[in-house]
Design a protein around this ligand. Sequence first.
Ligand SMILES: Cc1cc2nc3c(=O)[nH]c(=O)nc-3n(C[C@H](O)[C@H](O)[C@H](O)COP(=O)(O)OP(=O)(O)OC[C@H]3O[C@@H](n4cnc5c(N)ncnc54)[C@H](O)[C@@H]3O)c2cc1C
Length: 415
Amino acid sequence: MTAAELLALIAAALLLQLMVGLGWMVWRQRSGAAMAPPPTAGAATAAKARAAWAGWREFRVERREFEDAAQTQCSFYLQPADGQPLPAFKPGQFLTFGLDVGVPAADGSVAKRAITRCYSLSDRPDPAHYRVTIKRVPPPVDHPGFAPGLSSNHFHDHVQAGDILRVKAPGGHFFIDEDPNLPAVLIAGGIGITPMMCMLRWCIAQQPQRTVHLYYGMRNGHEHAFKTQLEAFALSHPALRLNIVYSRPGEADLQGRDYQHRGHVDGELLRRTLPHGRHAFLVCGPPAMMQTLVPALAAWGVPPGDIHFEAFGPASVKLPGGEEAAAPSASGFEVSFQRSGRTLAWDGRDASLLDFAERHGVEVESGCRSGGCGSCQTRLLEGSVQYAQAPDHDVAAGHCLLCVGRPSSALVLEA
Ligand SMILES: Cc1cc2nc3c(=O)[nH]c(=O)nc-3n(C[C@H](O)[C@H](O)[C@H](O)COP(=O)(O)OP(=O)(O)OC[C@H]3O[C@@H](n4cnc5c(N)ncnc54)[C@H](O)[C@@H]3O)c2cc1C
């Protein structure tokens, strides 16, 4: 064969290959839909797991477990009653529960009452179950005659394995930044440890190299929740720096073994123990801790964007340079609750429209009482409402949150 004949043969072979290739592409494009592989069971499951649900969903209590020696903090493991996989959530978010609890009356009878409460997810996302950890709330020390906390005592005394609970999908804006290069400082006071356990477990599973400093304050070893788990994490994860802080250690509590620092988690402790550099701070604790520590971080020079906090109830935190607290709202406005048929004079005595409504016996829904869950969201038919701090819940247009709102004009509310 001559060189020219050989070249012609190669060119023909290439042309044939090109034509076959083009033909194959056209055929695939035409029958594309039919050729697409059917979704696998895994893909379908993942898609379902991603979709959160609207309204209430039933969960079965799988088991319960105390987390502290005092047995005042109990974890409840929840499985969806419909057996469908659970949506993932952001580590730090909470669940909202609708409960029918018994309220003892003065004559000894027990009346049923519907209440709504929020509880943080205390374990990392898992499609098979959720976990919440609930602290029993006693009457206030200065009012021992008051009824103990309705929901927390109901959980501790009546909610058992096998029971069904009504739960709203995970929500909230308090969650850990996903940047693995940004060291996280998790600061918990008492039961404020619950969202931190979730964040910590998520970091250990998803970002094991990320440095996490956990500061966890409580009175003594009796109240020390998740003790064994935290100590095991600290042993197996060098990136976790555990700082347990007891304010009133018991006789059996040993510094260096049970706790690292004596006193409170405060700005001075953080300055003394944290390395220099940028950190993401996440704070959850009792009102006194929030009201001192969060401003202390800001005063230390931590940029507002690196300070995240959540209160488990009404607690106002003022950050320098942050949104100004709303001025005390003027009195004399008329507030009409349309559905209840009541028109009342706002006298400026109440911290919120929710307190105002409850004081006057107007029945309104409520949950977290801190602007987080949206249970008290009410249509605002006329007037305007002010907030001391922007609520965590995204308020729907034309609505307001009663639990953190105060009137700045006369109001007509749908409730
Ligand atoms: C986002 C979020 C996440 C949360 N996560 C958790 C969590 O993970 N774990 C947890 O344990 N909690 C958590 N909480 C707190 C939880 O939602 C409840 O607020 C808590 O359990 C108390 O509710 P309760 O129904 O038991 O008490 P309540 O019935 O609301 O009573 C609260 C207190 O008021 C007292 N009281 C009773 N009567 C009166 C009266 N007439 N006047 C004044 N006071 C009275 C009670 O004795 C009690 O001390 C969270 C809250 C929020 C907002």
